[in-house]
Design a protein around this ligand. Structure first.
Ligand code: PRP
Ligand code: ZN
Ligand code: MG
Length: 210
């Protein structure tokens, strides 16, 4: 039995479950259960917070996982990546209040920026030679400017509607992301074989979509 960790609720959950179903793997879902077993494939699914998934896979609590590259790289866990899955594409972007006279990245010099991705943001600012104060918060980042907590934010943008509804304008793209399959490095032979079977099916699904 192979243990797969996926996001409990969020942008990745639906797409992750859809991929597993397209692989012909059946299971019963209930919004209240945090764990389910497939009825026709040796797979157990754990529903977790996305931010916790790389750590659980690294520790072997889960054998494999589906997570955004943004979370994986932020946590310095790139070595767990097996392959990019091509869905849940999004970007990590800097945004400012829409009335702001922002022209280029140097306008952020000395400013306060709120984000849940301090490491990705710091490397981007370093690369651009900009010094700013990074305020790490775990959620509701988009409201930070309107409550006076920050001058700018750096958060995930997909459709862009969250930015618009919070009166923000996207000004820089920091990181491009998509869903990625990750795996623990020390899987035993039995688990490795199940993973190979799963990958074989994932590749078939991907070929059919091309
Ligand atoms: C991101 C981000 C916004 C939303 C943006 O959250 O924090 O809430 O997506 O999407 P939009 O551009 O389509 O409006 P995410 O799904 O990564 O969830 P999390 O922050 O709770 O992990
Ligand atoms: Zn998250
Ligand atoms: Mg969010």
């Amino acid at each position: 039995m192979l243990r797969l960790a996926i996001q409990k609720s969020g942008r990745l959950s639906e797409d992750s479950l859809k991929l597993i179903r397209e692989c012909g793997i059946s299971f019963i879902t209930s919004s209240l259960k945090l764990k389910t077993e497939s009825t026709n494939f040796p797979l157990e699914i754990l529903y977790l917070r996305d931010d916790d998934i790389p750590g659980y896979v690294a520790d072997g609590v889960a054998d494999i996982g589906i997570v955004g590259e943004n979370v994986l790289v932020e946590e310095g866990m790139q070595h767990l990546a097996v392959e990019q899955l091509g869905f849940s594409k999004c970007r990590l972007s800097l945004a400012v209040p829409k009335g702001d006279p922002y022209e280029d990245i140097s306008d952020l010099q000395g400013k306060n920026i709120a984000t849940s991705y301090p490491n990705l943001l710091q490397s981007y600012l370093d690369e651009k030679g900009v010094q700013a104060h990074i305020h790490t918060i775990s959620g509701s980042v988009e409201i930070a400017p309107s409550i006076g907590l920050a001058d700018a934010i750096c958060d995930i943008v997909s459709s862009g509607s969250t930015l618009i509804s919070n009166g923000l304008r996207e000004v820089e793209r920091v990181f491009k992301s998509q869903a990625v399959l990750i795996a623990n490095g020390g899987l035993n032979a039995e688990k490795q074989e199940i993973l190979n079977k799963l990958l074989f099916r994932i590749h078939a699904v991907q070929r059919a979509q091309k």
